[in-house]
Each structure stands twice: as structure tokens, then as C-alpha cells.
Write a protein that binds this ligand. Sequence first.
Ligand code: SF4
Length: 472
Amino acid sequence: MTQRLDDLRPREECGIFAVYGHEDASKLTYFGLYALQHRGQESAGIVASDGRNVVEHKSMGLVPDIFREEILQNLRGHMALGHVRYSTTGSSLLVNAQPFRVQHLGQTLAIAHNGNLVNARRIRDDLEEQGSIFLTTTDSEIVLHLIAKAVKHGLEHAMLETMKQVKGAYSMVIMTQDTLIAMRDPHGFRPLCLGRLGSGYVITSETCALDLVEAEYVREVKPGEILIINQNGIRSVQSELSERKAQCIFELIYFSRPDSVVFGQNVYLFRKKQGELLSQEFPIDVDLVMPFPDSGNYAAIGYAQASGVPLEMGVIRNHYVGRTFIQPSQSMRDFGVKVKLNYVRDLLKDKRVLIIEDSIIRGTTARTRIKTLRKIGAREVHLFVSCPPHRFPCHYGIDFSTRGELIAASKTVEEIRDFIGLDSLGYLSMENLVKATHIPGNDLCFACFDGNYPVPIDQFFHKFCMERDPSP
Ligand code: SF4
């Protein structure tokens, strides 16, 4: 029996990488997905096309386990679309793995989607009433149905019509035999950017994937924009749906790689700034500051540099541990935590220790870790978090979708401090969180902190809403 090692951390959503106009499109996509593996580890897939023939390979698991040289050799063509998935709508099953591909009127349509459509269930019910048949339980499949219904008036028209109907978070790429189409929702919840590779193009979730394949960053796909790439070149269509931007602040705090530029913001420098502002908000007399790798690394650097408190790596991570492990016996109960992280006892004994964390979701992981620090002799243990308390669930593609999962939804900061067993606990204020970005606060989503949801949530929406009985 196996168990996930990171059950108690919030999960990433999905990552997209697509190439147009390169003879090694699928190989580049493989490397791109490698760079985006942190965004989804349940399944991965690539669909490739030479302009006429479309081939695909997808499976459950990690990118290096799914694709081998001979598989990539068979994914021929100058276009490829890849996806890594963590399921935020629909179960973790091969049938739900993406890219998802269908045939319609002799044309191939493949989709790779990052985000959650919050009115997906309602649209699906309507489509099913009209006779549509669904093969998956994901929200992404309804997009292909909507495109298929309108495509007789052209792809651009179909995309604009689809955009009018779906609500929520979607950064997605659609591929036909000969065309690549990128589309980002009018709020711009999830990142999506455009790169240039020789005479070809790359569309991807994060710029770290562009760096790996040595593509040049051009710009973000704008909220509400549709980019159409084919033999005629690249064309931008801006939808007239005007919404305020609501880019997910948690992409910057936690999900995106620190070597990426997301929403025009360097993630590494943002996290360092969070630490610097934490040090101004919560100065404290301690012997050392440290992260639990890798969650608070960059904010801890920022705190240390701004405060002068020495930065130490008091906990060492085993980089060779996979995501699952054999379930230990009852007598080895905390094995799961220990196998991944180990403590430098001689460094921490008798010390006043400050931990910097990027978030506390359920509080149980932090509680176990603080207990261990006390056991090995830390004299004081303080914890500062580089964002405000998570009090509300996310419905736009991050996997903490019920309030019951969030410790701050039902406990005060003092109660959380007591539960985790800390000498002190501090959370970065909302004001300083905004200050750490270069982005106007009005262009960001903070709903998991303040409960102000930019897109109203359909009453039938939840992670498995496509797998339940039809709504009344
Ligand atoms: S609710 Fe939180 S995690 Fe979800 S999109 Fe908004 S900021 Fe991001």
C-alpha cells in the first residue's frame, strides 16, 4: 500500500506547454512539461500533429516515467500540445488525463486546460439534455462541446462564443490538425505566456519552461485574449467581455516556480520581499531563521537579509524521495514525515528558532514539525507566515475547496498558535502582501484570504460535481 508524502500541502493545478513551428515539437514539449512538473504530478500527455495526422500519448504518473525516446519519436510533427495534471475537477483517472482529444466533422480538437470552470455542471446538464455524450468527468470536456457547436462559423467565432458561456478560471490551449489556439479567461486567474523559438512559437504556463527550451519570452497572453497560431502567422483576438483582472496571488506565494516570471512579476524577488516585509511587521530576538524546505525558502532569505538574523538550513530535505512510499507499520507512525525531512540536531539544540512558512492550510503538518523541533531541544520556536490566514476555500483551480480543510476558517491566530504549539505566530498583513508585488491590488484575486470571490460560484460546483447525479 502506498501513501502520498504531501497529503497535507495544497496541491498545484495543471501545467500547459505547446509548440508551433518546430521540427522537434514533441521533444521540446516533453522538456517543457518536465519544467512544469510541479504544477501537476498525477498524469501527463502530449498530442502532436504534422498538419494532417494527429498522434497522442498520455498516462498516469510523472513526465520522465511516461515518455521514452521511442514514444517521442512517434509523436511526429511541427506542432505539439502537452499537459501535466493534478485533478481539481474530476477524479484522478486516465480517462480524465489531458490533452483530451475528440473528432468533430473530420477535424481534430484537443484541449489542455489549467483552472476550474465554476459553471461547468450547469452547462454540462444543458448539453446532456440536448443529447451530448461525455467521455470524462472533467470540466474541460464541455469546452470542446461548446466549440464544436459553434465551429461551423469558424474557429475564432467558436472560441468567442465559448468564452461567453464558461465562467471561472481557464488558461487553455486548443489544437486542431493545423492550428494552435491559446485562450485566457477575462479575469486572468491562471498564468499563460507566449514565447518565440526561431520562427516558431511556444505557449506555456510559466516562463521557467521557456528558459529550459531556450525560447524567448514575448509576453503574457492577456486576460480575455485569444491567440490563433497557424501557417498564416499569429493573430490576437480580444474578447469584449470586460472583467476586472483577478490574477491568483497564490501563484506568486506558493505554486509557481521561483525562477518564473508570473503576471509580469519575478516570483523569487516577490517572495524575498515578503520576507523583508515580514521582518518589519514582526521583528524578533532569535538565534536563527530557517525555512522548512522548500516552502518558505525565499521569504526566509528575505527575512534574514533585512533583519540581520542568521539564515540556517536547520532541516534537510531528501531530494530522492518520490511522491509515494510504502505505508509503514503502526510502530513507525511518523515515518512519512521523517523520510522526507531530517533535522540538524546540533544546530538547533538550545536555540531560539524562527521558521518562515509560505502558508498554513490545515495546520497538522506544522504541528508535527514543531513537535519534533521541541523534542530535539529547540528552546523557543516562532513561526511567521508570508501571507494572511487562509480562511476561505478556492474554487478556481487550487485544491483546498472546503472551509473545513482550513484551520484559520474556525480558529483565531492565538488558537492556531496554541494548536501548533508555538511560542509566537505571525501572518503577513494583506497590506504588506500587496506591497510585495508590483501589481495593483485590484488586479489580483485574494478570495481565499478575504472571501471576495471575483466570479460567483455556481451552487452545484465542487471538485466531483461531474460525477454526481444530475442537478435538480
Ligand atoms: S481564491 Fe486564492 S488560491 Fe484561489 S484563485 Fe483566488 S487567490 Fe488564488
